[in-house]
Design a protein around this ligand. Structure first.
Ligand code: SF4
Length: 683
């Protein structure tokens, strides 16, 4: 270790190797310490939890030792992130710089250094599907015909074959029919197999020592490994950046979901010949049998779903946690048995006639999917593990739904979605990840009052090395935290009118360049609508966060003028980087506690209570602190930034837990007087 540490010192020290490659490089003790800790974890096969404050340079702090270790020890490291922005930064900035630095140490060894981005197959163009769509467009008038022909002409010039590689915009509806799809891939039988973009991308991953992925793909791969499949090549260690999002991502990946649409889509893979094996299969009797079986399953599920949907439509919320079973799941067993056995028989028949073929491989996959669907339906309808799994129903008003009064049972049933998610993912992560690989988790927000135990317990890391690097920013000088007094409580009827008035006063002082962060879309929309005429009158531009718009586009709009005020929710609390004086003020409407009516939150708090734990102090509060730290972190992004964070939630001053929250935030000077707002921005 001492030898490696000396090497790291040569790299990170003042006038060291890094400064030769980066003219404005400023040595940071925290970055050097982080690199040492990462290397130590990798060398000793120990998990790590590292909270690295904004400005530490954490991505370089882990990428460099990880690459060095992988090269020296012939290992492979996965770097998983939550956002595309961080992936791009790693691929365009940090990893090329890592390569240059390592080449100074050992050019011969570094010649072999490869890093790659792993993307899901749906990001790539499938050449076979493109050709088929192109042919169809020649025989039938298709509005996308000219774009398709342009794409076919551009194809030889594409190197990666993903959507970003295409030098002109592709309509999403068109991309959906030509993108890679595991179900519709002919594998080795594809006429394009040798030149397939997806196959080429997978081959490149095999040669890489460092692979960058997003959390969603990483956990999809982890789930697939349970079933003996995988997307990523084997690896030895994982570095999870933006690790505060891991619990959500794992929960999403392991969540079961059923609806009539999902069941129909599974039938349609065969009935509407949506897969190569189904197109190959000449089986009119099986077709007839499946049409009839589909109708029987849909009729039975409609009988179960329609009353639930009707009941939900009359209730104030559209999601409810279920305490009991929904119906007897065994009742559907004979129907699924018929579905599965019809295809098992067909597969056996083909095996006898032709041996192994692509159709047989496709059929095997289809049978597994039927089994998985049966398991999901059984699991959700039985709701047999309510202390381990949160099972809930969700009513979703479809856009073209018939009027409530004229809806038949089927029209009601299609509005219903049923979910089941693990209440606690620590067991899954412990078993599938931490017991198998070395994992280093890092983020700017992993601790509450300097303590890692909340995150460690929620993720199931038992033994780990921990490190907390303070931010190199001088928060006392660069930032001020304003928590005004005499603010109505968030539950008070006066709170929302107060919010609008306070936000007007704040943006009058800042003249724009402000983020207004909310915890609820409906409250954000109401406040925005109320402030819109006022903003226009004072020549300020309000930008409203709409989930259907790209966050980057909204941010670009925000940066394009100095009088912009962004009304943001959810994704604007984190992963947004607006350095300089484009952003000088972040206003937080309310402490970001989990929504108590959310079914998963209900199940998580209830579980803690049944274990005689205080769900507020052990879940709601630490969760809120981590999220608040993320929101706070939007303000100061460089050593030159200055600004103010304003939290309009009086509970910070009136509740006993307020001190714990304030103690977890960066050490900005605290004030309670709105006068300081005016003085701060009058400078
Ligand atoms: S191998 Fe599969 S994904 Fe690749 S071009 Fe052929 S069908 Fe498409």
């Amino acid at each position: 270790m001492a030898r490696y540490s000396k090497t790291l010192h040569r790299i990170f020290k003042r006038d060291g190797i890094l400064s030769r490659h980066l003219p404005h490089y400023q040595p940071r003790r925290a970055q050097f310490d982080m690199a040492n800790t990462v290397l130590d974890c990798l060398l000793h096969d120990t998990h790590g939890l590292i909270e690295a404050g904004t400005g530490t340079g954490k991505s370089f702090g882990y990428a460099l030792p990880a690459a060095w270790w992988a090269l020296k020890r012939e290992k492979r490291v996965i770097i998983s992130t939550n956002t595309i922005t961080l992936q791009q930064q790693l691929l365009e900035k940090e990893l090329p710089m890592v390569k240059k630095v390592l080449a100074t140490l050992d050019r011969e060894l570094t010649d072999d250094f490869r890093f790659e981005l792993a993307k899901g197959r749906g990001n790539y163009i499938c050449k076979r599907r493109l050709q088929e769509t192109l042919q169809a467009s020649l025989s039938a008038e298709m509005t996308d015909g000219p774009v398709l022909r342009k794409l076919a002409d551009a194809l030889p010039g594409l190197t990666k074959g993903d959507r970003d590689d295409v030098p002109f915009p592709l309509p999403s509806s068109l991309f959906a029919v030509i993108q890679g799809d595991g179900e519709d891939c002919m594998g080795k039988n594809s006429p394009f197999f040798k030149e397939c973009f997806i196959q080429n991308a997978r081959k490149k991953l095999q040669d890489a020592q460092v692979i960058v992925v997003n959390h969603a793909l990483f956990f999809t791969d982890l789930l697939l490994r349970r079933q003996g499949a995988s997307i990523l090549p084997n690896y030895d260690a994982v570095i999870m950046d933006e690790a505060h999002r891991v619990e959500d991502q794992v929960t999403n990946q392991f969540t079961y979901h059923i609806s009539l649409e999902e069941i129909n889509q599974l039938f349609y893979r065969f009935l509407r010949r949506r897969t190569p094996w189904a197109r190959e299969l000449d089986a009119p009797e099986l077709h007839q049998q499946m049409e009839a079986l589909r109708a029987r399953i849909i009729v039975r599920l409609t009988e179960i779903f329609a009353p639930l949907a009707r009941a939900l439509a009359e209730r104030p919320q559209n999601e409810y946690l279920l305490k009991r079973r929904i119906s007897d799941p065994d009742e559907l067993k004979p129907l699924f048995k018929e579905w599965k056995h019809a295809f098992i028989d067909k597969r056996k028949e083909l095996e006898l006639a032709e041996g192994e073929s692509e159709a047989i491989i496709g059929l095997r996959r289809y049978i597994t999917q039927i089994e998985q669907m049966e398991q999901m339906v059984w699991h959700i309808l039985a709701n047999a593990f309510p202390t381990e799994w949160a099972t809930w129903v969700s009513y979703e008003e479809p856009k073209d739904a018939p009027d409530l009064l004229v809806r038949d049972d089927f029209a009601w049933a299609v509005t219903l979605h049923l979910y089941s998610a693990p209440i606690d993912v620590s067991g899954i992560l412990r078993q599938e990840l931490f017991n198998e690989k070395t994992v280093i988790m890092t983020s700017a927000t992993l601790t509450t009052q300097g303590d890692f135990s909340f995150v460690a317990n929620r993720m199931g890391i038992d033994d780990y090395k921990s490190m907390e690097t303070p931010s190199p920013f001088n928060y006392e000088k660069q930032a001020m935290l304003l928590v005004p007094e005499n603010v109505p409580a968030p539950t008070d009827a006066e709170f929302e009118p107060f919010l609008a008035a306070a936000m007007k006063e704040i943006v009058s002082a800042t003249r724009g360049r402000t983020f207004l962060l909310f915890t609820s879309y409906s409250q954000m929309n109401r406040v925005y609508e109320g402030m819109k005429p006022w903003l226009a009158k004072y020549n300020l531009t309000g930008i409203l966060h709409r989930p259907e718009l790209s966050r980057d586009a909204m941010l670009a709009q925000f940066r394009s003028g100095k009088n912009h005020v962004l009304f943001g929710c959810e994704s604007f609390w984190e992963g947004v980087d607006v350095p300089g004086d484009d952003l000088v003020c972040v206003v937080i409407a309310k402490l970001p506690f989990p929504v108590p009516s959310d079914p998963l939150t209900q199940a998580r708090t209830k579980r803690l209570e049944t274990m005689n734990k205080n769900s507020f102090h052990e879940y709601m509060l630490p969760f809120s602190i981590l999220r608040l730290k993320q929101g706070f972190g939007r303000l100061i992004r460089t050593r030159r930034d200055k600004g103010m964070v304003i939290i309009l939630d009086t509970r910070l001053l009136t509740k006993p837990y307020g001190a714990r929250v304030l103690d977890s935030l960066p050490p900005a000077k605290l004030t309670r007087s709105m006068d300081d707002l005016h003085a701060f921005f009058a400078r």
